[in-house]
Design a protein around this ligand. Structure first.
Ligand code: AMP
Ligand code: MG
Length: 343
């Protein structure tokens, strides 16, 4: 199959919408990461997503809508806290887990009684959903085990020959996947941190809990609330370690580890902030230390770059785990198998 990449235009969106209606897959931009979209109400189309990604069948998909009015047929109830979150943060980088209606195929919900719903801020994403006239199920458009794609080029690298069309809307503004919030109960629970932070949720709902697995690995036999937590996502081939602590000490430790790795014949690289001085050592930028949203926007591209350059050791500067920094540390932590050293 020939995979075309087309800049977003009314014609390209119409072509993508035709593909969605015909039960095919489309690489679609959103403000978080690029998605691999299919008609959420067509089980056959949804199964193609799992095949194209190599995604385990027990990991459910998020259903994207273009307006609040499209939601009632997809869910059995909208609890009070969920309604408040919708009002405050949609359109935006937030997925709400709600009790699912019967029209949602089991393939989408991976057999669960709930479904993840999102109203994205991306104008292009909403144009596509509207033009298709269908809710669109879309996980991140990477092959399973690779970092989520934040450019159309990333999608092409992973999906070339597997899907007919990728809509190109430039780099994603947020750069990490949506916050996933279990909104089935009275107090929202953050299952995956993202652009809508626990602090923002607490302000709106009066309370919030963050699932303990956000910052630690699973132990054998543990049961999780979100199937995605089971999988080691975003793993670069490089052995990845994160360093946290006072900035000067972190820099010195990273430089020492870098030199030792190089002396041992490894190919080390640093994921570090622009303000910090690592001399002539290879550094992939996480942007400004004062703007953690830059680290969010750059992290997945940086992880892909590590592999593309054949680096064998990655030494990463930690971000403070508050606000969007919690999402950055969750993704970086998973890439590193939560190998975090306090210095
Ligand atoms: P992705 O679309 O690749 O960003 O992954 C979607 C994430 O949302 C995965 O971590 C899923 O496990 C999670 N998710 C989707 N639907 C549900 C659900 N009904 N309950 C819990 N987690 C979900
Ligand atoms: Mg994903």
């Amino acid at each position: 199959m020939l995979t075309q990449v087309k800049p977003v235009s009314p014609e390209a969106v119409e072509e993508a919408a035709r593909l969605i209606r015909a039960g095919d897959l489309v690489g679609m931009p959103t403000e978080t990461v690029y998605g691999l979209g299919a008609d959420a109400l067509n089980a056959q189309a949804v199964l193609k997503i799992f095949a194209a990604k190599g995604r385990p069948a027990d990991n459910p998909l998020i259903v994207h809508v273009s307006a609040l009015t499209e939601i009632p047929p997809l869910v059995r109830a909208i609890p009070e806290a969920a309604a408040r979150l919708m009002e405050a943060f949609w359109p935006g980088p937030m997925t709400l887990i709600l009790p699912k209606a019967d029209c949602i195929p089991d393939a989408v919900s991976a057999g669960l009684d709930t479904v993840g719903i999102r109203l994205p801020a991306s104008e292009a994403a909403r144009m596509l959903i509207r033009a298709s006239g269908r809710p669109i199920a879309a996980p991140s458009a990477n092959r399973s085990g690779k970092p989520s794609p934040t450019t159309a080029q990333h999608v092409f690298e992973d999906m070339n020959g597997r899907i007919p069309l990728i809509l190109d809307d430039g780099p994603c503004a947020v750069g990490v996947e949506s916050s996933v919030i279990d909104a089935t109960g009275d107090v929202p629970v953050v299952l995956r941190p993202g652009g809508i932070t626990p602090e923002m949720i607490r302000d709106v709902c009066g309370g919030v809990r963050v699932d303990e697995h956000v910052m630690r690995p699973l132990e054998e036999g543990e049961i999780v609330r979100s199937p995605g937590m089971k999988y080691r996502h975003y793993a670069p081939r490089a052995k990845t370690v994160i360093f946290e602590g006072e900035a000067q000490r972190v820099m010195e430790t990273i430089c020492a580890r870098y030199d030792a790795a190089e002396a041992a014949g490894e190919r080390p690289a640093i994921l570090g902030f622009d303000e910090h001085d690592f001399g002539a050592r290879t550094r992939i930028s996480l942007g400004s230390v004062r703007r953690p949203q830059e680290a969010a926007a750059r992290l997945f591209g940086a992880l892909r770059e590590l592999d593309a350059r054949g680096e064998t050791v990655a030494l990463c500067e930690a971000v403070e785990a508050t606000g969007i920094g919690l999402a950055v540390m969750n993704r970086m932590g998973r890439a590193a198998g939560f190998d975090i050293e306090r210095v």
